[in-house]
Design a protein around this ligand. Structure first.
Ligand code: ATP
Ligand SMILES: Cc1cn([C@H]2C[C@H](O)[C@@H](COP(=O)(O)O)O2)c(=O)[nH]c1=O
Length: 209
C-alpha cells in the first residue's frame, strides 16, 4: 500500500508550491509519485470551475447562484471519480499520492458557506482518509497579498470574511481529524519545505520501518 498525503489551507497558502517540492523530494528518494489536485482536471472539475468558481452566468440558475447543497454535491462527485479512478488504484500500486486539496476542503469551505458539518462529513464518507494532511496555516491578510489581483474589488470584503471563516474551520478540523498537522505557512518557502519533510519522515516513513 502506498502513502496518501494531502495539502490543505486557505487560498494562496502555498499548497501547490509545497506539493510540487514534496513530490520532487519523494522522486529523488526513488518513490513513484502521483501529484494531483481538487477540483480535478476532469470533466467534473471543469464543470465546478464553470458553475461554482468563476462566478459566471452558467452558475446562475433561475436568477440565483446554484445552491450550496448543489455545490457540495458537485465537489463530492468530482472527488468520487478522483478516488475511484486515480487515488485508490495508485495507492494499491504502492505509489505516493500527493493531493493539493481533498475532502477536508469541502468540510472547511462548504461549512463556511453555511452547510452543516455533520452533513458534509456524511456526504464525503466514501472518501478514504489521508495518511497525513499538511495544513498550511496563514493569516488571511498575508494570503490576500499573495493572491492579490485574483478577485474583483467589489467582492473583496466578502472574500476576506469567507477566508477568515475557512481558516478558523481548518483549525477546528485539526482537533477532530488526527491526521491533520498544522504548519506555519508564513515562513520562507524553503523553511516550510523542511518542516514538511521533517513531518513526513517522523509521521510516515519512520513508522513504516
Ligand atoms: N512561503 C511563501 N512566502 C511567500 N510567497 C509564497 C510562499 N509560498 C508561496 N508563495 C507565493 O504565493 C502565491 C500562492 O502560492 P500557491 O499557488 O502555491 O498557493 P495555493 O495555496 O496553491 O493557492 P490556491 O489555493 O489559491 O491555488 C504564489 O505566487 C507563490 O509563489
Ligand atoms: C476541493 C474544494 C475546493 N473548494 C474551493 C477552494 C478554492 O477556493 C477553490 C479551488 O481553487 P484552487 O485555486 O484550485 O485551489 O475551490 C471548495 O470550496 N470545496 C472543495 O471541496
Amino acid at each position: 500500500m502506498g502513502m496518501f498525503i494531502v495539502l490543505e489551507g486557505i487560498d494562496g497558502a502555498g499548497k501547490s508550491t509545497q506539493a510540487k517540492m514534496l513530490a520532487k523530494w519523494f522522486e529523488n528518494k526513488g518513490y513513484e509519485v502521483v501529484l494531483t489536485k481538487e477540483p480535478t482536471d476532469t470533466a467534473f472539475g471543469k464543470l465546478i470551475r464553470r458553475l461554482v468558481l468563476t462566478g459566471g452566468k452558467e452558475g446562475i440558475i433561475d436568477g440565483a447562484r446554484i445552491s450550496k447543497e448543489a455545490e457540495a454535491l458537485l465537489f463530492a462527485a468530482d472527488r468520487a471519480e478522483h478516488v475511484k479512478k486515480l487515488i485508490e488504484p495508485s495507492l494499491k500500486a504502492g505509489k505516493v499520492v500527493i493531493s493539493d486539496r481533498y475532502f477536508y476542503s469541502s468540510l472547511a469551505y462548504q461549512w463556511a458557506r453555511g452547510l452543516d458539518l455533520e452533513w458534509l462529513i456524511n456526504l464525503n464518507a466514501f472518501a478514504p482518509r489521508a495518511d497525513l494532511v499538511i495544513l498550511l496555516d496563514l493569516p488571511v491578510k498575508e494570503s490576500i497579498k499573495r493572491i492579490n489581483g485574483r478577485s474583483i474589488r467589489s467582492e473583496f470584503d466578502k472574500i476576506v470574511e469567507l477566508q477568515k471563516k475557512v481558516r478558523e474551520n481548518y483549525l477546528k478540523l485539526a482537533e477532530k481529524f488526527e491526521e491533520i498537522r498544522i504548519i506555519n505557512a508564513l515562513a520562507p518557502v524553503e523553511d516550510i519545505h523542511n518542516d514538511i519533510v521533517a513531518l513526513v519522515e517522523h509521521e510516515l516513513l519512520e513508522k513504516r520501518e
